[in-house]
Structure formats: structure tokens, C-alpha cells
Design a protein around this ligand. Sequence first.
Ligand code: SF4
Length: 381
Amino acid sequence: MTGLGTRSLRDEVCALCAAALDGAPLAERELETLLAIDDEILAGEVFAAARRARAAHFGDGVFLYGFVYFSTYCRNACAFCYYRAGNPMSPRYRKTVEEVVAVCEGLAASGVDLLDLTMGEDPVIHGEPGYRTLLDLVSAVRAATGLPVMVSPGVLPDAALRDLRAAGADWYALYQETHTPELYARLRVGQAFGARAAARRGARAAGLLVEDGMLTGIGDTAADRARSVAAMRDEAWEQVRVMTFVPQEGTPLAGVPPQGDLAELLTIAVLRLVLPDRLIPASLDVDGIRGLERRLLAGANVVTSIVPPATGLAGVSNAVLDIDEGYRTVAGVLPHLERLGLRPAGPAAYCLTLERLRASAAGRGSAASAAAAPPPKEAPA
Ligand code: SF4
């Protein structure tokens, strides 16, 4: 605790921000105070503090991630997800290795720093001995582009996580969505809470960098969000994210009224204050290009869900928003960075950041250190 006495909410918020900027570990109750703010002006104090924290660690540089949702089949039935098993409304496709490599080459040429290869828990890929197709995909993308690769494949056993790392994957993304077990049981229906947490730890032990994430606007309270922020801080994951729930046709939560983005923006800012040197995304998947600047102003330093137009690839929360219009591209993002006095940090800065994060993870039980990381395969000509 930071030992705050009785004072106005504004004074308390400013004191908490100042304490966080000084490196004081905020208690969960104090995180909840920041996350419960319902006033845009007061929220602006938190956003300003988050921008100071971001500038101290990343200057004006922002990283750009390409997103390839290569299989929309899934065996799970998450209540919030458009691609849950049995939803007849959602588009289903499974791209070939060649198709994915071609898309990734285009994304690499456009200037992204990382390629995020995402799938549902596709029963075909998960049913294959040794996850051969997934490993081949990672190797092929790495060899063709030379860029770091993130894989979001769902829960994998430890051996497969080690194989992913050996195939050249840098990151494993697996979102808990909420760290409150009762709420989790309603969202990730029929999936063990502990199995996801164990998979992230297995990934770190295998030498992969790890992203965890949470969802808001889904029946969560400020206390739930504070628990998630504290949980992600305590594990010191290398990338942490929050996204606002977007109601999806054909799902049990289709009728939930959409909420605004204040809870998401405050959570981005609080994540930045408690994990100032980590990567925190501003996703284009929630509110498209029009929501980008608000998320960057809240302290995000990665633009995710850049999707090439006219490839038939979907987003996760918003299957089509801004994709074929070409707004979710590097060219579509750059004017927004410029307007905020930010700039693309570029692949060299990204690789240095990954080295720093690997060194940090090595101190927390990762098999990888910066020196032990396998070298990138050859870059394209
Ligand atoms: S969130 Fe992921 S695991 Fe859950 S139903 Fe959707 S694609 Fe499947």
C-alpha cells in the first residue's frame, strides 16, 4: 500500500499515478481505484501518467504487428466468441501454408515488425501428431520473412511449446480473458482455468515470450479488472493486453449491450503504469482505425491486428471492420502515429526489445536467454 490518507478522488488518483511512476507497487485495491474511474477528465490524468511511463521506456517508437487468422475452426465454445464451435454465422476457412506465407511476405514488405499467426483450437491441427502443420507453418513464415513470429494456437502441451520455439516462434499468446475463476467459467465454457495458466508458464519455460490478455465489458467489475492487472503484473508477462467485448451474432452473449471504451482505455493505462517496460497493444480489432489514437493516448505502444485487404482473412472481434477498406494496414496507421508525435520504431528496435525481454524472462525461469535464442532464419532478399 502507498499509505494514502483521506483526500479527494482527484488527489488520490494523482498520488497513485505519481507513486506508480516512482516504481511503487500498487496494491490491488489501489489498482481498482484507478480502474473504477468513470470521469473522462480524471481518466485523462491516468492516461497522461501512462504516456510518461511509455516515453521513459520506449520514447516515441511504436511497433506494428501483422495479423493472420489462418484457421477459424475451433473445438471450443467460448460464450463471447464469433468463432465458437457450432456458430453457423461465422465464416470458416483454413489457409494452406503457401497461402499464409504469401500473405506474410506482403505484410513484411509493408513494414510490420512481427507476424501474429492465430487460429482457433482447430480440431484438425490439434489432432495432428506432433502439430506438424503448425510447426511447418512457423518455420516457413520465419524463413520467408525473417521477421519474429507470434503464435496464438490455443492451449498446447509442453512438448509442443518446446517444438514451437525450436521451429522459430518467438511468442506464445494465450489470453485468460479474466483472472476471476467464476467469471472465467461463464466465458470460457468447459475449459480448465488452470490449464491456460499452466500453458503460459510452460511457454516461458520453453523459451517463448508470452502474452496474456483480458476482456472487458463482459460482466466484469473494476475489482475483476484489478485482479487481472495484478495477476499479469505478478507474472511479468512480456506483452499484456485488454480488449472491449464486441457482441457477436449467433453467440449466447449476442444481446449484451456494447459498452464504451473507457474501461479498456483505463486498463491499458494502468497496465502501462504497473508494467512500464512491457509491450501493450492498441488493437485495431475492437474499434477499427477510428479507435487507434485513443488507445495510443492511453499508453499502448504496439498496433496489432494489421490485416491485409482483399485476402479473405478475418479479424477476431470484428470479422470485417476496416479490413477491405485498407485502413488496417501500415499505410493506414502511419498518419495516426504522426498526428500523435509517434513513429514506427522499426524491426531493429523491435529485435533489441525482444532481446531485453528474453533476458528478463530468463531471470524468471525461461529456458531462453538473449544469447541462447536461435538466430532468425535468413531475411528475404
Ligand atoms: S476464443 Fe478462441 S478458443 Fe474460444 S471459441 Fe473463440 S477461437 Fe475458440
